[in-house]
Design a protein around this ligand. Structure first.
Ligand code: SF4
Ligand code: SF4
Length: 414
């Protein structure tokens, strides 16, 4: 039997919480055809352009800061927590963002608070001065040039590319250092784009390499499966068809599936990878790990929806909320969170004990629930899979020997 969490473990996660993400509005001024909240997907609360009331954010901040206060005064180095703003398009509710930032500033917390936002950049020209003043980190969603960006359209079906590109040029000229240091990009690969096109576009225009993701394969609505399949493009396939495969892979580095695969194989099999300092001093086979590689609740972040649901992550179905916030209070009981999480784990545990990948499992537990409501993993790993993985990894390293050094020197964990 794997480890069972207790309320104390959840409390510790809240003390060390690295990121709190507020969905400040459900509203968006774009209507991207592959959006996780579009009709192509289910599993998310219906979007009604709801805006988060300030009281929700204030109650969450008060709840967390009362947990942080004691531990932070004892810490030798001020812990860092990032407040993230998410949507919809978060800049449509800039008033709430300003209110939250002012409130945080008024509290005089011992912990360092940073600000981050995921944005479609359509309104960036209006608010860039404020975002620069507060030293926000921005993740801009843009799929590449005009053709690659074809699915990112306005509510009237018009392309959004020109406006976004103009705004980015404006920010780059007005605040070059901020643009260089605080802005990164996220592109979704689909049938209208290719990795070559994406990499070339961002290097040429902004001197940057974006994160490149595939369409989300989870919670696709069964009525839209054909549409999804038509749009889907795999990174691995796309790259293998590229005539500049090696050069592009070098540019992408950890964004490249082969390189990240090599890295993960080395990480889990080299015997030199330690998740915690204590693993340096004890036999790591004696350390009990939680079943599946998922983060435990609030170990990485907390996501609060505009309707007040409290989730451990913005990427998972809204059904997995652990508590709620309303205008009066936060309803989040750490013991209940632990019980709920343990129940999820219990349902998959039997299957995991027979899986060879159980000690290094990268599977998010919240993605294992099928349409019937049962938890079931389709990625069970056999000894043969592990051997094949090792073989492909070492073959790749033989062909690209400098990569090992690059990985050791350049990859860090946050
Ligand atoms: S996707 Fe799953 S494993 Fe990854 S951060 Fe979110 S909850 Fe954790
Ligand atoms: S790959 Fe699937 S079966 Fe194997 S340990 Fe992970 S969740 Fe369990």
């Amino acid at each position: 039997m794997g480890v069972r969490l207790s309320g104390k473990d959840i409390y510790k996660n809240l003390v060390a919480l690295r990121q709190v993400i507020f969905e400040v509005t459900e509203a968006c001024n774009l209507s991207c055809e592959y959006c996780g909240y579009s009709t192509m997907y289910d599993g998310y609360d219906k979007r009604e352009d709801k805006r988060m009331p300030f009281a929700y954010a204030k109650n969450i901040i008060d709840y967390l800061s009362s947990i942080w206060r004691d531990s932070d005064s004892e810490a030798e180095i001020a812990p860092v927590t990032t407040l993230g703003f998410y949507g919809g398009e978060p800049l449509l509710n800039i008033d709430l963002i300003r209110q939250i930032v002012s409130y945080i500033e008024s509290l005089g917390l011992k912990r360092t608070i940073r600000y981050a936002m995921t944005t479609n950049a359509t309104l960036l020209n209006h608010y860039i001065d404020y975002l620069v003043e507060k030293d926000f980190t921005l993740l801009v969603s843009l799929d590449g040039d005009k053709d690659s960006n074809a699915y990112r359209i306005t509510k009237d079906g018009c392309p959004s590319f020109d406006r976004v590109f103009e705004n980015l040029q404006y920010c780059k000229n007005r605040y070059p250092a901020f643009f260089e240091n605080n802005i990164s990009f996220n592109s979704v690969l689909q049938d209208k784009s290719s990795i070559d096109q994406i990499v070339y576009f961002f290097k040429e225009n902004f001197g940057k390499i974006p994160r490149i993701g595939e369409l989300n394969p989870f919670h696709v609505d069964s009525n839209h499966l054909l549409k999804y399949k038509g749009m889907f493009r795999s990174k691995m396939d796309c790259l293998s068809h590229s005539s500049h495969r090696d050069a592009i892979a070098e540019e992408l580095f950890m964004e490249d599936s082969c390189i990240s695969h090599v890295f993960n194989t080395l990480r889990y099999n080299s015997g030199n990878f330690f998740l915690y300092y204590r693993e340096l001093f004890i036999d790591s086979s004696l350390i009990q790990r939680t079943t599946t590689g998922t983060c435990t609740p609030f170990m990485l972040r907390m996501f609060v929806t505009a309707r007040g649901k409290i989730l451990p992550c913005e990427k998972i179905s809204h059904d997995f909320f652990y508590g709620k916030v309303d205008k009066e209070r936060v309803n989040l009981n750490v013991d209940d969170v632990a019980i709920q999480y343990n129940q999820y784990v219990q349902t998959i545990e039997k299957q995991c004990t027979t899986c060879e990948g159980r000690n290094n499992c990268p599977q998010c537990i919240y993605e294992l629930r099928n349409k019937n409501g049962n938890f079931c993993c389709t990625e069970m790993i056999s000894r043969k899979d592990i051997e094949q993985n090792l073989y492909s990894c070492y073959t790749y390293l033989q062909k690209h020997p400098h990569l090992y050094q690059q990985l050791v020197e350049n990859v860090s964990f946050m």
